[in-house]
Design a protein around this ligand. Structure first.
Ligand code: GLA
Length: 391
């Protein structure tokens, strides 16, 4: 049986805002995402293939006449306050870092923000690798700009949201999540070139195949520190390879044959980290072509290779994700499966034949639960639009 996740009730959010502030808000939303393939390639100037999903963060907001931003989390019932002219210290480890981070990143881009009352609600599961952070950052940034009557091009919005993550939250993430939350289009995945920051739309045909997100419901707290460590290892790899390939700027620039020739120069585990990124870039380009050609069989093979590379070379998987992946691989209804997002817990994504959907969800539930004692969450997702105002 599939879980029906409650959507964000926009009417309720509006009336709660009116009750709290005696004013009608404007509503803005940005989606969470899955990444079909191209993991840990974005901060190596590489390629990614994310798809926004029908889970979103909604910000209800109205301008204030002073310099305060008062933001309230609908689900946590907690209100926080910041002064636009007196930013607090970064990296306090609370959700408010996101609000302050986004506001300050927009101010740093010369945007004249007004004070605002905000009420925020989300149905993107937090800590599941579905980019609840980017959904919050991008919806907030979009809301603050609109409420202040300021304009900003979408790419600068995505970059400001990424700055918030770097400077105020402290994860040195790439651009993928914020870019997807901004630019996504319903019915499509985005093939993003993370160097040029250009993207193309790749249609995702879900008429006969469903995409099921399976959440291991574990989150290992290594995620942020190991993430930054992987990024540093890739940079070390580039430094070492530059001694013999001075023209390279990032792992993106190294072909498989160049890597094979020079890999002996790299100590472990840097050699394997680089191998993952170089092979994953190639897989991502092939996967975008396969998806375009509706060749899901090839897509499935590439997804499995991606999972194994993340497990063995990049070492960002975990026992629960590997188990979820192995169960899926053993099921007839599954065309492709892999972990998605940064890793160390969170979700797998699964391309499942629609005629076997119920059976797949049942098998995953029973087998994963039997072996771990943890109940997994499973939901079917569709490809949603990027950030917008709800009118
Ligand atoms: C997180 C980061 C992204 C990306 C992925 C791994 O989601 O925010 O920038 O690096 O991990 O692919």
């Amino acid at each position: 049986m599939l879980e029906i996740q409650p959507g964000v009730d926009k009417d309720k959010l509006r009336s709660e805002f009116a009750r709290l502030h005696g004013a009608q808000p404007r509503l803005f939303r940005a989606p969470g995402r899955i990444n079909l393939i191209g993991e840990h390639t974005d901060y190596n100037d590489g390629f990614v293939l994310p798809m926004a999903i029908d889970r979103e963060t909604v910000v209800a907001g109205a301008a204030r006449d002073d310099r305060l931003i008062r933001a309230r989390s609908y689900s946590q019932g907690e209100t926080v306050e910041l002064n636009l002219d007196k930013p607090g210290s970064p990296r306090r480890g609370v959700w408010f870092d996101y609000v302050e981070g986004v506001a300050q990143a927009l101010i740093a881009r010369g945007k004249l923000l007004r004070g605002a009352d905000l009420l925020i609600q989300s149905n993107v599961p937090a800590g599941a690798g579905l980019s609840s952070s980017a959904a919050l950052e991008v919806s907030l940034g979009f809301a603050l700009l609109a409420i202040s009557g300021q304009e900003l091009d979408p790419l600068s919005l995505a970059l400001a949201a990424t700055d918030a993550e770097h400077n105020y939250v402290g994860t040195m993430c790439g651009i993928m999540d914020q870019y997807a939350a901004t630019f996504a289009k319903a019915g499509h995945a985005l093939r993003i070139d993370c160097r040029s920051l250009e993207s193309t739309l790749v249609p995702v045909d879900l008429s006969e195949t469903a995409i099921v997100v399976c959440d291991t419901n574990v989150k290992h707290n290594l995620a942020s520190s190991e993430y930054n460590k992987r990024r540093a290892e890739c940079e070390q790899g580039v430094q070492l390879l530059r001694l013999v390939l001075p023209e390279i700027g990032a792992l993106r620039d190294i072909s498989m044959s160049q890597f094979e020739l020079h890999q002996h120069r790299l100590p472990e585990p840097i050699r394997r980290r680089c191998r993952h990124v170089i092979t994953e870039n190639a897989r991502t380009l092939s996967a975008a072509e396969a998806l375009k050609a509706r060749d899901l069989k090839t897509m499935g093979v590439l997804m499995a290779e991606s999972h194994r590379s993340l497990r063995d070379d990049y070492e960002v998987s975990c026992a629960e994700l590997d188990l979820m992946f192995e169960i899926a691989q053993s099921l007839d209804q599954v065309i492709g499966a892999r972990m998605t997002g940064g890793g160390f817990g969170g979700c797998t994504i699964n391309f499942v034949r629609r005629d076997g959907l119920e059976e797949f969800c049942e098998e995953i539930l029973v087998r994963y639960q039997d072996q771990t004692g943890i109940t997994p969450s499973r939901y079917v997702v569709t490809a949603a639009d990027g950030v917008s105002e709800i009118t």
